[in-house]
Design a protein around this ligand. Sequence first.
Ligand code: GLN
Length: 537
Amino acid sequence: MAKYIFITGGVVSSLGKGLTAASIGRLLISRGLSIRMQKLDPYLNVDPGTMSPFQHGEVFVTDDGAETDLDLGHYERFTGCETTRKSNFTAGRIYWEVLKKERRGDYLGGTVQMIPHITDEIKACVRALDEDDVDVILCEIGGTVGDIEGLTFLEAIRQIGLEDGRENVMYIHLTYVPYIKAAGEVKTKPSQQSVAKLREIGILPDALICRTEVELHEDVRRKLSLFCNVPQHAVIVEKDVTHTIYELPVVLSEQGLDDLIMVHLRLARPPARLDAWREMLDRLIQPDARVRIGVVGKYSELQDAYKSIFEAISHGGLAHAHAVDVVKIPAEELEDGTDPDRLLSVDGLLVPGGFGGRGVEGKIEAIRMAREQQIPFLGICLGMQCAVIEFARNVCGLADAQSTELDKNTPHPVICLMEEQEQVQNLGGSMRLGAEPAHIKPDTRAATAYGKRVVSERHRHRYELNPAYHKPLQDAGLIFSATNKDGTLVEAVEVEDHPWFVATQFHPEFKSQPLAPHPLFKAFIGAAIKHAKITSS
Ligand code: GLN
């Protein structure tokens, strides 16, 4: 039977609960444990797939095609453990299941209630991760303790503690200890109150992780310990990290968090082996040089909307011991053709995925610059579709080529819905989601980068390169460097006579990890470093 660690958050949101959970996951892996990670989100959306990137940040996609919360990206990057459909449940999905059962008559006419029906469903979702080879399940509860919508989740995890015994279940509460400038001191009261809220529902935290911007002295820890009813050695300080989020596992381990977990959960394991992690950190913190990558996006002002992209770029730099300075270029600003110099000032250009027409002409303009000016380029999903449109218009001479997502009546629908998808669309679930094999064409940039003939990459899109245009595009020199097995769907394109120009229909960023940078990002940043050397000499 697996043991459980539940991570809750108090006082305010945006404390970095996902990163803390992911860091704990890394520590457990480093102690030789087999883990699974899960996020429970108390909001009513059925899944984050349709939520706005403005509110919710990136939608992370798993191999099995679930559209999930971006914290799952942190989990995979920190732990290397793959997440699945079972790794993210929202209240909406849970209620939906219960209501379906009610409609089917499963409750035999009984009154359906928050407790026990919703709480039982939540427990079933948590326990769904308990498989033979799993030692510990780490479950993060989204939102903040005190939210009305989180109550059933807290009740469910309290019950698991009772059912499984306290030595098999650990509660870790992440809290915020603010520094009040005018008073010149840190305040513990918000933490006391959020722990009191937890105790009200019957959860006694076993460890308190305190997010803070300043050092916390011993007397503050003593106070937190006494008033929050947590032993002093279980009051862990998580001050803002200086260089990178990847420092976090080390910060937590140095204060004995993983030892504490081993003792509480009665797990005998050798000390954490963090050598490879520390070595990666050293390279990240002390890079040999820097390189500049421009990201031309629709949500350029938003850090979270392109989370995995920014991480994968940094991993690509890490592979070459380089730091990457990301220059965010709002696509719309490129549409009137002014200031093309900002595109020339970077060493590589990346156009990420997206939906809808906003900024598309700016993206196409950036791609034209990258192609013509020999700037290394990586296009992803909508980024590949824009690269195909640009090539069709400016190399094939197909004026007004467009995606039917943006213009249904375009004379040259180089990107379109496939027939199968049009049929599926009528049923409501039209997206191509999750991992599929891509067959790599030998002697291409993609082949050199991957060093493999078949790879597995994750998709999240509706539109495809139109088969009717395969021939004219290829005749004009566009290389299809990856396709599905029978060649009907194009998964990656490249152009010749260019230092490095690759665009993929899939999302390589979802599979990049600091300990295993993605081959395409590694190759892209490698090309950018070369470009920087040439232009500076
Ligand atoms: N909007 C495009 C499509 O649906 C691209 C999607 C994406 O970039 N993720 O095909």
